[in-house]
Ligand binder design. Structure first.
Ligand SMILES: [Zn+2]
Length: 446
């Protein structure tokens, strides 16, 4: 960058459409560079409340403007050819709450300063944002650096049984506690490989943890989701397929689910004392559950996981089942229990021992979770921030021909080819007339 003050008009005001709006309108965006500082100016029809913050992976600056809209004249953001200063690209979108979000793709971590400026002779109300690389000598004051850091999403993985409780045992002597640990470890590894996700293994060894302690452990580590892993067993060796359960407070889906819960809950017997059910703390938890929040979320999470499991294995029932599993009783953590297969079925028992199949089961559970998180984002997490779709780039801008305009001059102004303008408007040759409205294709993406 040359040190001379360079000034760029990003999108010139080419349309004059009257109709004053009551909402704040972004009329124009200007960028300029001075030494290592990039200045972005949003010209506004009136001042408005705004919020500006940095996001990482990739680095970008988001500017939320209360109740605002992009003006008719701008009709969209044009991609900057080669970028200006630290800003490589600008996009905009309307947020679900009606605020306008302008996103600047930037070259790296930035220190930022912003202020709302009143009208002058030459300019209207405007929002001024100065960016400077964090690692550079900066003229930007640090007081207004508003970097926001999203937290990791925490997923508790609970391999069922352990220690002197082997869980169900297959005809080939496969123990449930071993396969649940193998699948749990695989799932934890896959989760930890995802940016912004962190797994907690409730049990990472061959020991028994009582059911209430499993919940509490998840809660102490601020888990966002809880996934208990098991393998089912019944007398009938033909029974097969995966199932997903969530807690029921008033009865089980069916008799099989009730018996299963009774069997899984029996791991709560420690030293001859049955835990949980009658304790006051649990009564409190059950009361909270009547709010239904975690149950509803558990149901959605369970269904997404089940749908993904159905892609790689047979499922026993294609809907989430309910039963009174003690381990799922957290009042505010969406919790599910996955019966990965029937260990009592000889062919499924063999698959449960198979490393490739264990990996597939883990991937399916992870994919189900990812699906759930996209429609049920957990605010303040990096995962939610990255899942927010980048706004669709505006595909065309309107340009009204005024006296003296030529196609090649317009093409240059918008950094598109003359051919692209011709093809967008079904033009032959170079003839255009004053007052004619052209659609200017705007380069999207890349
Ligand atoms: Zn089990």
């Amino acid at each position: 960058m040359k040190s001379a003050f360079r000034y760029f008009l990003l999108v010139t005001s080419v349309l004059c459409m009257g109709a004053a709006s009551a909402r704040p309108v972004v009329e124009n965006i200007r960028l300029s560079v001075d030494k290592n500082t990039t200045r972005i100016v949003l010209d506004l029809s009136q001042t408005t409340k705004y919020n500006i913050f940095s996001l990482q992976g990739p680095d970008r600056i988001a500017i939320d403007l209360d109740g605002s809209e992009i003006g008719n004249r701008l009709a969209g953001m044009q991609e900057l050819p080669g970028g200006v200063g630290a800003v490589s690209r600008i996009r905009s979108s309307v947020q679900p709450n009606g605020n306008l979000r302008v996103v600047l793709d930037v070259a790296g971590p930035m220190r930022l300063r912003s202020f709302m400026a009143g009208p002058t002779n030459n300019y209207a109300d405007r929002l001024v944002i100065d960016l400077a690389p964090q690692n550079a000598q900066s003229t930007v004051q640090r007081a207004s650096d508003v970097r926001r850091k999203e937290r990791d999403l925490v997923i508790a993985i609970d391999p069922g049984h352990g220690g002197h409780d082997p869980g169900a045992i297959g005809r080939g002597k496969t123990r449930e506690k071993d396969v649940t640990l193998a699948i749990g470890r695989q799932l934890a590894a896959q989760i930890n490989a995802e940016p912004g996700m962190k797994a907690i293994l409730i049990r990472d060894g061959d020991h028994l943890i009582d059911l209430r302690e499993r919940m509490e452990k998840a809660r102490r580590q601020n888990a966002d989701l809880f996934i208990s892993i098991h393998a089912d067993a019944v007398e009938d060796r033909r029974a097969s397929g995966a199932s997903v359960y969530r807690l029921s407070t008033n009865g089980a889906s069916n008799e099989g689910a009730r018996r299963l819960a009774a069997r899984e809950n029996s791991a709560g017997y420690v030293g001859g004392v049955i835990l949980a059910e009658q304790e006051p703390v649990v009564a409190k938890v059950l009361m909270d559950l009547s709010q239904g929040y975690a149950l509803e979320k558990s149901d959605k999470l369970g269904q997404e996981v089940l749908d993904e499991l159905a892609k790689i294995t047979k499922v026993h029932r294609n809907k989430v089942q309910n039963a009174a599993f003690i381990v799922l009783k957290s009042p505010d953590i969406p919790s599910i229990l996955v019966e990965t297969a029937y260990i009592s079925n000889p062919s499924e028992e063999a698959k449960l021992r198979n490393k490739t199949h264990q990996r597939k089961l883990a991937s399916a559970i992870l994919n189900g979770m990812r699906d759930y998180l996209r429609s049920n984002p957990i605010e303040e997490t990096l995962v939610a921030a990255t899942d927010r779709r980048p706004p669709a780039p505006v595909s065309s801008v309107k340009h009204v021909i005024s006296s003296g305009d030529t196609l090649s001059e317009i093409a240059e102004r918008y950094s598109v080819s003359v051919a692209a303008i011709r093809s967008e408007n079904n033009l032959r040759g170079n003839r255009i007339r004053i007052g004619q409205t052209l659609k200017i294709p705007v380069m999207a993406g890349s």
